[in-house]
Ligand binder design. Structure first.
Ligand code: PLP
Length: 360
């Protein structure tokens, strides 16, 4: 047993990650720019970028300069786009690291150019109202854009996972804005994972999948489905039998009906197994589904294992596959009414990661 699997850990299947990346690129009919922000959605940006770089990805997408610093230090040489607006105080660092900023504001574009310039992409907001120049107001930045042409321009969909027509609407706004700008912009990009699932092939230069790469599909007509990538596992460290009426964990929210067998796992919310799973989560033990008993604590989680023979040292799967059973990130998130994104991103607090596969 290696040190990392003595207690609780996340298994990350880099072969499945690469498969999912190929699925996205094939469906888009274009290169992809994998989004590796937030430490690759909690799975480790350096390992993920290294596994994906040999697939001829166009570049990588991040949110913060420090994320780019980590990737450059690890030897990642492809373009890295920073999608969260940057402050002028960060421009020097951005340039030193060879990162590509995104702007949606004439003043920021001018400051970037005056401080030394370099490739940048224009963010056009078509309805998200988060970052970028509003599509109705592109004329206000047209002079700055024509004077300092960007390498690319992009927008971001707010509801690509819903069949509500908004993707087509936002895309039309994007086209209208580009036409108004009347500047030659070599690269255009728009789709997130659900956008790629929804439309094929892509009408743009490259696509920007995130969550699909990490094993979370959007159920968008199920034209393509990702392979599971991350599994959260923990060992049983104690077993006890409790009597009718006994309670488990803080606040005594689980009360035994009859005699029950309770297993304690060395994994709690400090490991990313969220408190929302209290009395709602399910684990796989020896290929059988068993319920969480009581409130998840910081360091331990209890399971009702009355129906399965198991021992101290056995591995329980809280997210992922065990034998023929699979509890994927979407299934697990649904049990606790969590966002699958938040669940993934949280799997990094204390647990070590164990990577498998990934020779491209
Ligand atoms: C996070 C992000 C994506 C990827 O979104 P997913 O839904 O995870 O595929 C794409 N583009 C931008 C600008 C993003 O911030």
């Amino acid at each position: 047993m290696d040190a990392d699997t003595r207690r609780a850990w996340v298994d990350i299947d880099l072969g499945a990650l690469q498969h999912n990346a190929r699925t996205m690129a094939t469906r888009a009919g274009r290169p992809i720019l994998p989004m590796v922000k937030a430490d690759a959605y909690g799975l480790g940006a350096v390992a993920v970028a290294r596994a994906l770089e040999p697939l001829d990805v166009w570049g990588f997408g991040i949110a913060a300069v420090r994320e780019g610093e980590e990737l450059r230090a690890a030897g990642i040489r492809r373009p890295i786009l920073v999608f969260t607006p940057l402050l002028p105080s960060e421009f020097g660092e951005v340039r030193r690291l060879g990162l590509t900023p995104t702007f949606g504001d004439a003043a920021a574009i001018r400051q970037w150019v005056e401080s030394g310039g370099g490739a940048w992409h224009l963010a056009i907001d078509t309805g998200m109202n988060r970052a970028g120049v509003p599509w109705r107001e592109v004329e206000a930045i047209a002079d700055a854009v024509r004077a300092h042409p960007p390498e690319g321009a992009f927008t971001h969909f707010h509801s690509a996972e819903h069949n509500d027509g908004s993707l087509a609407g936002q895309q039309q706004r994007f086209r209208d804005a580009l036409q108004l700008l009347a500047a030659p912009i070599p690269l255009l990009h728009a789709e997130n994972s659900s956008g790629i699932e929804r439309q094929s092939p892509s009408p743009w230069s490259f696509a920007r999948p995130g969550v699909f790469l990490y094993g979370v599909g959007g159920d968008v007509g199920a034209a393509v489905a990702p392979r599971p990538v991350a599994s959260l596992r923990a060992r049983i460290v104690e077993l006890r039998t409790i009597e009718d009426g006994d309670t488990v964990s803080y606040s005594a929210t689980y009360r035994a009906v009859g005699r029950r067998r309770i297993a304690t796992l060395a994994c709690g919310y400090a490991d990313g197994y969220r408190r929302a799973f209290s009395n709602r989560g399910v684990a796989l033990v020896r290929g059988t589904r068993v319920p969480v008993a009581g409130v998840i604590t910081m360091d331990m989680t209890m399971l009702d294992v009355s129906d399965v023979a198991c021992d101290v040292g056995d591995v329980a799967t809280l997210i992922g596959g065990d034998g023929d059973e699979l509890l994927d990130v979407n299934d697990a998130a649904r049990l606790a009414a969590l966002s699958p994104y938040e669940l993934l991103v949280g799997l990094r607090l204390r647990v070590p990661r164990r990577y498998t596969g990934g020779a491209a």
